[in-house]
Write a protein that binds this ligand. Structure first.
Ligand SMILES: *[C@@H]1O[C@H](CO)[C@@H](O)[C@H](O)[C@H]1NC(C)=O
Length: 372
């Protein structure tokens, strides 16, 4: 009776995971301490978003105003300082009468879910990677964004995530995280070790799109190096950042730029050419086992767990925050943490500007500002 055995196995497995998580958590499941890290991030100031959730990416316009941030109901908001607060800047889809809940993952394919944001400094246009509606642009006055790309090589963009702009070559590099899983299924995507992510290149003048890399495990953050000789792309599931050489003797080659203690999200370069990487979370025990043993991850996904329960197992119990600064050769220069999640948790992006780090998170209703 294959069916009965399957159910029995699942029941035993459920009992095992429940035992692990209830009896031993957080001691056993908690991710290990990261050597050399500074647990100062809890001193960050926070700015709450009114009726909005999940500021994933943060971008300042060419005048230095903002930041602008994409939120879970499909809008891009602009921070105008404490007197004016957050104002609506752009949106992905229209009409919007059903897009009234700050956080409703089941509505994301209708309302849009803007992730990576980048300004073109010459034109002031804002480029938007929308997880459900593809690659967009909106002018400096904001409003309804224009859809630029929805498919590449006859395959729809299924989970557009982040980008960087090469303003000299007039091309934009961007990621499509998965061709199987949608954004709201990011945990199944990671736990099942999906490898359908792509790194793409959009030529602004010819409007052509080319696939640069395929077979990536959760293709996420993108950043060009200061001298434009290489491009970084985060492979979240593998807890690493890949480097694609664009120029020089290694052009076309890919190598591992950095291995990280957790799941990298967006990558943002500072003016010195160093890279801040926001990590969704550190790698906990269950996630480690799931990535080494495919059946374990697939079994976890079959358990009758809510998103919250599964996410908690995945991150190793408690919410926490970690960001890493990497040098131009991938060396770790600084690790900042809020290990107890007192102020910040689940960082998606860190943007350095004038001695401050502006910090976004796909899972909080606020942004953080940390004084360096
Ligand atoms: C972009 O397309 C134009 C027009 O086809 C071409 O001249 C240019 O070399 C392309 N740029 C890059 C960086 O591929």
């Amino acid at each position: 009776m294959a069916m009965g055995t399957g159910i029995l196995k699942l029941a035993l497995f459920t009992a095992f995971v429940a035992w692990l998580s209830i009896i031993l958590s957080p001691n056993i499941l908690a991710p290990p301490e990261v050597p050399g890290s500074h647990t100062h991030l809890h001193t960050a100031e926070t700015i709450h978003l009114p009726s909005a959730f999940g500021p994933e990416s943060l971008a300042f316009d060419p005048n230095g105003d903002g930041p602008y941030t994409g939120v879970a109901d499909g809008r891009v908001l602009k921070w105008q300082g404490h007197a004016l607060g957050w104002t609506d800047f752009a949106f992905i889809s229209a009409p919007r009468e059903d897009c009234v809940q700050p956080f409703a993952p089941e509505m994301e394919h209708i309302c849009g879910r803007p992730l990576g944001l980048r300004f073109d400094k010459k034109t002031g246009d804002l480029y938007i990677a929308d997880a459900y509606f593809g690659f967009h642009v909106v002018g400096p006055a904001g409003g309804l964004a224009t859809q630029l790309i929805t498919e590449v090589e006859d395959q729809p963009l299924y989970f557009t995530n982040d980008m960087d702009i090469d303003e000299i070559d007039d091309v934009i590099y961007f990621t499509d995280t998965s061709s199987v899983f949608r954004r709201r299924q990011f945990l199944p995507s990671v736990l099942s070790n999906d490898k359908t992510g792509r790194l793409l290149k959009y030529n602004k003048s010819s409007k052509e799109v080319k696939v640069l890399l395929r077979g990536l495990a959760f293709a996420n953050g993108v950043s060009l190096s200061k001298d434009r000789s290489f491009l970084l792309v985060a492979e979240s599931t593998n807890c690493r950042i890949l480097r694609l050489w664009l120029r020089g003797p290694n052009a076309g080659n890919v190598d591992v730029f950095a291995e990280l203690p957790g799941y990298p999200d967006n990558i943002r370069r500072n003016k010195n050419g160093e890279f801040w990487v926001g990590l969704h979370s550190k790698k906990g025990l269950l996630a480690k086992v799931a990535l080494s043993y495919g059946w374990f991850g697939r079994a976890l996904l079959k358990l009758p767990l809510s998103f919250k329960q599964l996410h908690s197992l995945f991150v190793g119990g408690k919410p926490h925050a970690i960001a890493v600064k990497l040098g131009e050769n991938g060396e770790v220069l600084q690790i900042l943490e809020d290990t107890q999640g007192k102020t910040l948790s689940f960082i998606s992006e860190v943007e350095e500007k004038e001695g401050k780090l502006w910090i976004g998170s796909v899972m909080t209703p606020f942004i953080g500002i940390y004084n360096l």
